[in-house]
Every structure is written in structure tokens, then in C-alpha cells.
Design a protein around this ligand. Sequence first.
Ligand code: URA
Length: 252
Amino acid sequence: MARPSTAQALKKTLDRILSRAGVGSRTEARKWVAEGRVAVNGKTIRSADAWADPARDRITFDGKPLQAKRKIYLLLYKPAGYLTTYKDPQGRPTVYDLLKDVDEWIFPAGRLDQDTSGLLLMTNDTQFGDFVTSPESHVPKTYLVKASTVLTEDQLQQLREGVELADSPTRPAQVTRVRDSAKCTFFEITITEGRNRQVRRMVEALGAKTLKLVRTRIGLVGIGDLQIGKWRELSAAEVKALSPRQRILRQV
Ligand code: URA
């Protein structure tokens, strides 16, 4: 379906409207629309690509009007071994197993690999999620890395300046050596992109492997002394610091 003209700019597709209202994921919403559970101004609509204006049109789900849901912003300390997906066909644990006492539907604002632990933001605010994850936002993300070899200063400098990955070179990063053991280097890196397995691929580009990866910070929001596997709500100031137009985020 064609995108709406400027005059229709406030309109959104039905799957997006349902997901923004916190009813469920866009995939679920598409299924529900196709099942005829959604009506616009009293008329059942079966195409999730149909456009509607949530401010003007009366949109119902199972006959009940959509209500603006309370916005939720959670910080979860994801342990390694958990997937950042809703369900896993192989039955592996997912982050939702750690959020069983949260009734509302929430989604991760950016993913972490199964083997990565650390700060994961979960929300029902799609605008917030889009901002935190969009490559254009350049929201800095900080990781602690245990590399499989002792890295030279030259190798750390390569990470700072950008290394060549299969897709394209990485943007400049902040890199600080934390300490070396006999066989490994522990370092902190802050990147302003969010490419798939980016930190692991950057370390691989140096000829080493990532033995441990922990995300400690997104923008100004840190994991603090939260226990692994636990979650807390973000404060209003933290939500604001991760919202559009907070230039203070641009640390790198
Ligand atoms: N970079 C990675 O390689 N993995 C993550 O989970 C996050 C960033």
C-alpha cells in the first residue's frame, strides 16, 4: 500500500498502531487484523497495511477501544545464555523468562547476543526503542571485553580509528585498556553503531576472539550495582537522557 501524503502524515498502519498501543508485537498484530479482530470506525479491517489515524479514528480490538498504555522503560541485567527473543523454537531461555512479573507487553530496545551479558533496555515505547536502536541516532553503547590474547597498543588504536568489517569500516570508537592478564586483555569500548555482533567482529578483525562481553552502559544509563538476572525501572531522568534531542548522549 502507498505511503500517505503529507496531509495524512498522522496516519499509521494498523499493525503499528496496535503495537504502539502496547497490545502486542507487530507480527502478532498482523495476525489479529487478518483474523478480523480489529475494526476502524465500526468496520472490520483485515489488512494490517491499512492506514488509520489513532487520534481521529475509532479503533477497536475485540470490540474494545484501544487505550493509550502507560509507557514502561525497564533495564534488565541480561545473563549470558539468554536469548533476546520472545520465544525460541529450541526451548532455550529468553529474557522474557526473567520478566515474568511484568504484565505488559514489552520489547527489547536493541539486542544482545546469546553469549553477551549486561544492560538490556525493555520498553513498550516504540519511538524510544527506534531512537535507541537506530544507526542514525549514534547512541553510544559501552562494553567490557575480555579478548583471547594480549592486545598491543597498536591493536587498540586500530579499534579506536575503525577496523574493516565485511559490511563497511567501523566508526571511531573510544577504547581504554582496563588490564592485562598473562594471556588476555580486558578493555572497555564505546561504539556509536549497533551492528550485528559488532564488538565480536571488531575483535576478530584484530585476529583475536572475544571470551567475554558485557554491556555496561547505553548513553548515560549505566547498569550500576543491579544484580545479574534482575531488572529495575528507568528513572524519568534516564528516560529523558535516552530520548531524541538529548545531545549530551553524544560522548564519542
Ligand atoms: N556486539 C557484539 O558483538 N555482541 C553484542 O551482543 C553486542 C554488541
